[in-house]
Unconditional design. Structure first.
Length: 475
């Protein structure tokens, strides 16, 4: 039987270039831009072939752990492990920690396929041909990167210059090139033999760890210790914070790939995008006869070659050309598609001001392991929320020091605990939870539970929750 490959999915990034939809607590890999699946879910589907792959290892941060578990559950895909980074230390430490886990779980001969969770890839025959070429090169002891065949003189990617052909179909690596100016990019495109650095890899674990011992020993030492001392928590493994903090903040490219003599690149002509800008989202979409890519809940008139997206309100655009118009629940971005790379600078500007900094961090809708909530209105000593609870899930048994709550069920059935009393609420029924009273909300039904919550009190922050019992380990 052919050895299976261990997928390692990097899902901890907090991208801001797709603001206002992508934010620190809900970045692009977990967002449905156009279609029914997120980029993270599409990545899971690419490694779902059980004849080729073991269940995936996902490495992320604490904040995204339940998003990952829920989005995998939606696809009915089992994960091998979810590794939680206690802080960001770049891809060097993440790959090293995953490598240590793969070695211990699957042995020295294991091969790991490292993937980003936020890339759009057309997973056709060309893609899997490249994957199998990478497996062959990794089986021969090479540290393999996927080099995307350039479609233009892009300045937003690093480049790889390919060398001599290897028996596997890969090429040796002559050199890595930093993101170039346009003149250099055009020169490389014209000469041929250069590829975009995709940030995807195929590593034989033994070679990876040996090369990290030689070129990045501090990274390997810290990440390995963090994995060894890691603590299992529900379906997650929490990497040891003190050990992980000792790792240098460095990418796997700088730490190993640019130094090793075992690097190889697989020329990869499949369709690929890191979807790092609204311009890239537009290019990846299915345009209408006027070149517009428009999501549902939009009306587009006298407009050409534009991207129109909304999450929430209906968005109408009239008489615009070559623009991105993006509406979230609480913010709107309008700009020329050619200026999409400037969104990051706008986010930094917003983040620097107290009045707008929250717009870069959170959405009005926040997701939790049991469902989530949407902030509808905030007033003086009161706020209104829409609460939604997944069938079979329950919130923690909790109380608040500073607020009371009114719940009105608008859909489904609610099981409500208040003190020693348990009651069932159905549509159009309501209940009052006094300040300081122990309470719990659960959805015992088969459909989504939705209710309107009105909070009143002197302090309404999310940190005024004293959890007494919690099935998700958040006590």
């Amino acid at each position: 039987m052919t050895q299976k490959i261990v997928p390692v999915i990097m899902a901890g990034g907090k991208g801001t270039r797709l603001w206002p939809l992508s934010r620190a607590t809900a970045p692009k890999q977990f967002i449905r831009f156009i279609g029914d699946t997120t980029l993270f879910q599409e990545t899971l589907l690419r490694v779902s072939d059980k004849t080729l792959y073991e269940p995936a290892i996902v490495i992320t941060n604490e904040e995204f752990r339940f998003l990952i578990a829920e989005q995998a559950r939606e696809l009915d895909i089992s994960l091998s492990s979810i590794l939680l980074e206690p802080m960001a230390r770049n891809t060097g430490a993440a790959v090293a920690a995953a490598g240590a886990l793969v070695r211990d779980r699957f042995g020295e001969s294991a091969i790991m396929h490292v993937l980003a969770s936020d890339h759009e890839i057309d997973a056709d025959q060309v893609y899997f041909d490249a994957v199998r070429a990478a497996i062959a090169a990794a089986s021969a002891g090479k540290l393999v990167t996927f080099g995307i065949k350039p479609t233009g003189p892009a300045t937003g990617y690093g480049y790889i210059e390919g060398g001599e052909a290897l028996p596997s179909g890969a090429l040796s690596v002559k050199r890595f090139i930093e993101k170039p100016p346009i003149e250099k990019a055009e020169e490389m495109l014209a000469s041929g033999g250069f590829y975009w650095n995709s940030g995807m890899f195929m590593f034989p674990v033994s070679t990876l760890l040996n090369e990290m011992t030689a070129f990045a020993p501090a990274v390997l030492r810290a990440a390995s210790e963090a994995a060894i001392k890691g603590v299992k928590d529900l379906d997650f493994i929490r990497l040891d914070k003190a050990a992980f903090a000792e790792s240098p903040d460095i990418s796997i490219d700088y730490a190993v790939m640019e130094k090793t003599k075992n690097a190889a690149v697989v020329p990869s002509p499949f369709q690929w995008s890191d979807l790092g800008s609204w311009d890239a989202i537009w290019k990846s979409g299915n345009p209408d006869e006027k070149g517009n890519v428009a999501a549902e809940n939009t009306t587009v008139v006298n407009t050409r070659n534009s991207l129109v997206m909304t999450h929430g309100v209906h968005l109408a655009v009239n008489g615009m050309d070559d623009v991105a118009v993006i509406a979230s629940e609480d913010a709107v971005y309008v700009g020329h598609l050619k200026d999409s790379q400037d969104v990051g600078a706008i986010v930094k500007m917003l983040a620097s001001k107290p009045a707008t900094s929250k717009l870069t961090e959170t959405h009005p809708t926040s997701y939790r392991p049991w469902g989530g909530y949407t902030s509808i209105f905030n007033g003086d000593r009161f706020q209104v929320k829409r609460i939604f609870v997944t069938p079979g899930k329950k919130l923690s048994l909790q109380k608040h020091h500073h607020r009371s709550e009114h719940w009105i069920v608008v859909k489904g059935t609610a099981e409500v605990t208040i003190g020693e009393n348990l009651q069932m609420l159905r549509e159009n029924e309501s209940v009052y939870i006094p300040l300081g009273e122990v309470h719990r909300l659960a959805n015992p039904g088969k459909i989504l539970l939705e209710l309107i919550e009105v909070q009143t009190g002197s302090y309404l922050g999310e940190d005024d929750i004293i959890r007494i019992v919690d099935e998700f380990g958040r006590n």
